[in-house]
Design a protein around this ligand. Structure first.
Ligand code: ATP
Length: 233
């Protein structure tokens, strides 16, 4: 387990009660698809906190396009106006690979009695059996799966069985226990992806209205997506 202390911004004043949403991603860059999803979950699940966890950029993995420092600045800028959004840079501070199960184990140690809700997209959920120690995730946290309206949950295979054992349609369950439930929630789908934003910027076009203006300023000033497919490490 990492001994590196994370930095959470804004600094938490006093102890927060109630479930913490944990929203991981490369956020390269962060855009309104991420922010709207996070906000709808915050609201519908009555979460006092949604913690954004930008993924690290370890040397053995495909590098992100913007540096850790820039991605962190973008996430901080994007979330600054919403007091229930916080940013935790612990995964960026790790030198080795960063697995969700390890991040959740650290959070569980820091918050032994607080429900944790790991937010994942439907694509990620369908690939869950390939995650490192995936069955341990539910010992540490709830899973909140954000999906398109009209989508049907898998009813067969390991994920079908997992849903039979752990699925719930009741928000209260996410507040009454600290881990172990899977809650599937429809969110408004904004067809924005970081890949498309990067491609657009590499073509010299303006990403306005796809992301908050403060993030747009950072990407324009830094030029981090100005040239196509050139990772910055
Ligand atoms: P890339 O295009 O580089 O793969 P991305 O736009 O998918 O990036 P990530 O940082 O990889 O962004 O995503 C973090 C999380 O946000 C993932 O769980 C992903 O499913 C979710 N997500 C990404 N885009 C959207 C969107 N438009 N609406 C809802 N959720 C999204």
């Amino acid at each position: 387990m990492s001994t590196i202390r994370s930095q959470v911004s804004p600094p938490m004043g006093g102890a927060i009660r109630g479930p913490m949403g944990v929203f991981g991603g490369t956020f390269d860059p962060i855009h309104y698809g991420h922010l709207r999803t996070a906000f709808e979950l915050l609201d519908s699940l009555r979460l006092p906190e949604m913690r954004f966890m930008p993924a690290g950029n370890p040397p053995h993995r495909t590098a992100t396009f913007a540096s850790n420092e820039l991605r962190l600045r973008m996430v901080q800028a994007a979330t600054a106006g919403q007091p229930r959004f916080t940013v935790d840079d612990r995964e960026m501070r790790k030198l080795g690979p960063s697995y969700s199960v390890e991040t959740l184990a650290e959070l569980r140690e820091e918050f032994p009695e607080r429900p944790l809700c790991l937010v994942i997209g439907m694509d990620a959920f369908l690939g869950l059996p390939r995650w490192h120690q995936w069955r341990t995730l539910l010992d540490l946290a709830h899973l909140v799966v954000a999906h398109r309206p009209g989508w049907r949950a898998p009813s067969m295979g390991p994920l079908g069985e997992l849903l039979v054992d752990h699925g719930t349609g009741t928000v209260r369950d996410l507040h009454d226990s600290i881990s172990g439930k899977i809650y599937i929630h429809a969110v408004t789908q904004l067809e924005i992806s970081s890949t498309e934003v990067r491609a657009l910027m590499a073509a010299g076009r303006d990403p306005c209205y796809l992301m908050p203006d403060a993030v747009r300023q950072i990407v324009l000033e830094s030029g981090c997506y100005a040239r196509k497919e050139e990772a910055q490490g």
